[in-house]
Design a protein around this ligand. Sequence first.
Ligand code: OFO
Length: 168
Amino acid sequence: MKISSSMIKALNDQIAMEAFASNYYLAMGSWCEITGYEGAANFFYQHVDEERLHMMKIVHYLNGVGIPAVIPLVKAPPKTFKSLESVCKTALKNEQAITAAINKMAELAQKQKDHSTFGFIQWFINEQIEEEKIFETILQKFDLIGRDKLAINEIDKSLASMITTNAN
Ligand code: OFO
């Protein structure tokens, strides 16, 4: 199968982006854990695994077509965050950046008539719709329930209830 060098670069960049997302959510989960937001911590820890699986999907795709995947150096995420709301805002921004990168890859695949990669990317396109929706729903809760200690405690609990058993 012929995959262009620009598409290979885009796929490898996406590996790096997913790896960073995994690390970023690990930093968020860890901050939540030490701050006492147990539900949020577990929610973000689950996302660590999900992002790693996303990264692995691309690694396997490239390796599967005989193109060695580039395993990246992952830059360090921030050590601390301002609040649970700011963690969730940062996560949404991160997901929006991932969506933009995936959409760009889909456009490139279409332009290059790379049907295999275009087909492969469809899963990610659908996944991103879900991911953005999850973080938007959480952020909405701050406006609905509030930002005092009791409200944050409720939001923490609802984050725990959003943990799914089957990570993608
Ligand atoms: Fe893989 O970016 Fe979130 O889901």
